[in-house]
Ligand binder design. Structure first.
Ligand code: CO
Length: 167
Protein backbone atom coordinates (compact mmCIF):
# COMPACT_ATOMS: atom_id res chain seq x y z
CA UNK A 1 0.00 0.00 0.00
CA UNK A 2 1.15 3.49 -0.72
CA UNK A 3 0.00 7.05 -0.69
CA UNK A 4 -0.63 8.65 -4.06
CA UNK A 5 -0.43 12.29 -4.97
CA UNK A 6 -3.81 14.03 -5.15
CA UNK A 7 -4.18 16.27 -8.19
CA UNK A 8 -5.41 19.79 -7.55
CA UNK A 9 -8.22 21.58 -9.34
CA UNK A 10 -6.15 23.26 -12.05
CA UNK A 11 -4.79 19.91 -13.29
CA UNK A 12 -6.28 19.13 -16.74
CA UNK A 13 -6.52 15.40 -15.88
CA UNK A 14 -9.39 16.21 -13.52
CA UNK A 15 -11.36 17.55 -16.49
CA UNK A 16 -11.20 14.37 -18.56
CA UNK A 17 -13.79 11.62 -18.72
CA UNK A 18 -12.52 8.41 -17.15
CA UNK A 19 -12.80 5.16 -19.10
CA UNK A 20 -14.39 1.86 -18.15
CA UNK A 21 -12.33 -0.80 -16.38
CA UNK A 22 -11.77 -3.60 -18.91
CA UNK A 23 -10.58 -6.10 -16.32
CA UNK A 24 -10.33 -6.02 -12.53
CA UNK A 25 -6.69 -7.02 -12.35
CA UNK A 26 -3.90 -6.61 -9.81
CA UNK A 27 -3.29 -3.02 -10.92
CA UNK A 28 -6.88 -2.06 -10.14
CA UNK A 29 -6.77 -3.78 -6.74
CA UNK A 30 -3.53 -1.96 -5.84
CA UNK A 31 -5.12 1.28 -7.05
CA UNK A 32 -8.10 0.70 -4.74
CA UNK A 33 -5.85 -0.05 -1.76
CA UNK A 34 -3.67 2.99 -2.42
CA UNK A 35 -6.76 5.19 -2.82
CA UNK A 36 -8.02 3.99 0.57
CA UNK A 37 -4.74 5.00 2.25
CA UNK A 38 -4.64 8.29 0.37
CA UNK A 39 -8.23 9.18 1.28
CA UNK A 40 -7.68 8.42 4.96
CA UNK A 41 -4.42 10.36 5.03
CA UNK A 42 -6.33 13.37 3.66
CA UNK A 43 -9.22 12.80 6.10
CA UNK A 44 -11.64 12.68 3.20
CA UNK A 45 -14.80 10.61 2.84
CA UNK A 46 -14.46 9.88 -0.85
CA UNK A 47 -11.84 9.70 -3.58
CA UNK A 48 -12.06 9.03 -7.30
CA UNK A 49 -9.30 7.48 -9.43
CA UNK A 50 -8.82 10.58 -11.65
CA UNK A 51 -7.90 12.51 -8.49
CA UNK A 52 -4.79 10.34 -8.27
CA UNK A 53 -4.16 10.64 -11.99
CA UNK A 54 -5.76 7.37 -13.13
CA UNK A 55 -8.52 7.93 -15.71
CA UNK A 56 -10.52 4.82 -14.86
CA UNK A 57 -14.11 4.62 -13.65
CA UNK A 58 -13.32 3.78 -10.05
CA UNK A 59 -14.10 5.56 -6.80
CA UNK A 60 -14.24 4.81 -3.10
CA UNK A 61 -16.52 6.32 -0.49
CA UNK A 62 -16.95 6.13 3.24
CA UNK A 63 -20.70 5.65 3.62
CA UNK A 64 -23.21 5.18 6.40
CA UNK A 65 -24.53 8.73 6.89
CA UNK A 66 -22.60 8.65 10.13
CA UNK A 67 -18.85 9.06 10.39
CA UNK A 68 -18.52 6.77 13.41
CA UNK A 69 -20.22 3.82 11.74
CA UNK A 70 -19.10 4.43 8.22
CA UNK A 71 -18.31 1.64 5.79
CA UNK A 72 -15.78 1.99 3.02
CA UNK A 73 -17.22 0.95 -0.32
CA UNK A 74 -15.51 0.51 -3.67
CA UNK A 75 -17.30 1.31 -6.91
CA UNK A 76 -16.11 0.09 -10.29
CA UNK A 77 -17.83 1.18 -13.53
CA UNK A 78 -20.70 2.83 -11.63
CA UNK A 79 -23.89 4.01 -13.30
CA UNK A 80 -26.46 6.18 -11.56
CA UNK A 81 -29.69 4.59 -12.78
CA UNK A 82 -32.20 6.60 -10.73
CA UNK A 83 -32.19 9.92 -8.91
CA UNK A 84 -35.02 11.62 -7.09
CA UNK A 85 -35.67 14.53 -4.79
CA UNK A 86 -33.31 17.34 -3.98
CA UNK A 87 -31.09 18.37 -1.11
CA UNK A 88 -28.66 21.21 -0.66
CA UNK A 89 -25.55 21.13 1.48
CA UNK A 90 -21.91 22.06 1.79
CA UNK A 91 -19.20 20.05 0.07
CA UNK A 92 -15.45 20.17 -0.02
CA UNK A 93 -13.00 18.19 -2.13
CA UNK A 94 -9.49 16.84 -1.56
CA UNK A 95 -8.59 18.35 -4.96
CA UNK A 96 -9.79 21.79 -3.84
CA UNK A 97 -8.29 22.06 -0.36
CA UNK A 98 -9.40 24.80 1.99
CA UNK A 99 -12.73 25.59 0.34
CA UNK A 100 -16.36 24.57 0.65
CA UNK A 101 -19.41 25.34 -1.44
CA UNK A 102 -23.14 24.71 -1.38
CA UNK A 103 -24.34 22.23 -3.98
CA UNK A 104 -27.78 20.87 -4.93
CA UNK A 105 -27.86 17.07 -5.20
CA UNK A 106 -30.56 14.40 -5.47
CA UNK A 107 -31.98 13.20 -2.14
CA UNK A 108 -31.86 9.56 -3.22
CA UNK A 109 -29.96 7.75 -5.91
CA UNK A 110 -29.81 4.19 -7.18
CA UNK A 111 -26.42 3.09 -8.43
CA UNK A 112 -25.29 0.03 -10.32
CA UNK A 113 -21.63 -0.90 -10.00
CA UNK A 114 -19.15 -3.71 -9.74
CA UNK A 115 -17.26 -4.56 -6.56
CA UNK A 116 -13.62 -5.75 -6.51
CA UNK A 117 -14.76 -9.33 -7.14
CA UNK A 118 -16.48 -8.14 -10.30
CA UNK A 119 -19.93 -8.85 -8.87
CA UNK A 120 -22.60 -6.45 -10.10
CA UNK A 121 -24.55 -4.66 -7.39
CA UNK A 122 -27.45 -2.24 -7.25
CA UNK A 123 -27.85 -0.08 -4.17
CA UNK A 124 -29.78 2.97 -3.01
CA UNK A 125 -28.17 5.81 -1.11
CA UNK A 126 -29.81 8.79 0.58
CA UNK A 127 -28.90 11.95 2.45
CA UNK A 128 -25.15 12.64 2.71
CA UNK A 129 -24.27 9.23 1.28
CA UNK A 130 -26.07 10.26 -1.92
CA UNK A 131 -24.08 13.51 -1.91
CA UNK A 132 -20.77 11.66 -1.64
CA UNK A 133 -21.66 9.16 -4.38
CA UNK A 134 -22.82 11.92 -6.77
CA UNK A 135 -19.71 14.00 -6.04
CA UNK A 136 -17.39 11.05 -6.77
CA UNK A 137 -19.37 10.04 -9.84
CA UNK A 138 -18.95 13.58 -11.17
CA UNK A 139 -15.16 13.20 -10.88
CA UNK A 140 -15.39 10.32 -13.39
CA UNK A 141 -17.08 12.72 -15.82
CA UNK A 142 -14.45 15.42 -15.34
CA UNK A 143 -16.79 17.55 -13.23
CA UNK A 144 -15.82 19.23 -9.96
CA UNK A 145 -18.26 20.42 -7.30
CA UNK A 146 -16.99 23.93 -7.90
CA UNK A 147 -18.72 23.78 -11.32
CA UNK A 148 -22.06 23.39 -9.52
CA UNK A 149 -21.62 25.31 -6.27
CA UNK A 150 -23.16 28.74 -5.98
CA UNK A 151 -21.06 30.11 -3.15
CA UNK A 152 -17.53 28.75 -2.94
CA UNK A 153 -15.87 30.11 0.17
CA UNK A 154 -12.88 29.46 2.38
CA UNK A 155 -13.39 26.71 4.93
CA UNK A 156 -12.93 27.94 8.47
CA UNK A 157 -9.76 26.33 9.82
CA UNK A 158 -10.34 24.01 12.72
CA UNK A 159 -14.10 24.05 12.33
CA UNK A 160 -15.38 21.06 10.46
CA UNK A 161 -19.15 21.14 10.56
CA UNK A 162 -21.10 18.12 9.44
CA UNK A 163 -21.25 18.09 5.70
CA UNK A 164 -18.04 20.02 5.28
CA UNK A 165 -15.76 17.05 5.01
CA UNK A 166 -13.68 16.81 1.88
CA UNK A 167 -15.08 14.38 -0.60
CO1 CO B 1 -13.84 15.55 -4.79
Amino acid sequence: MALRNILKEDDPTLRKRSREVPEINERILILLDDMKDTMREGAGVGLAAPQVGVLRRVFIASLGNDQEESELKEFIDPEIIEAEGEQEGDEGCLSVPGYVGTVKRPERIRIKYKDRQGDEKVEDFTDFDAVIVCHEFDHLEGVLYTDKAEDIREAVAGVQDEGETDI
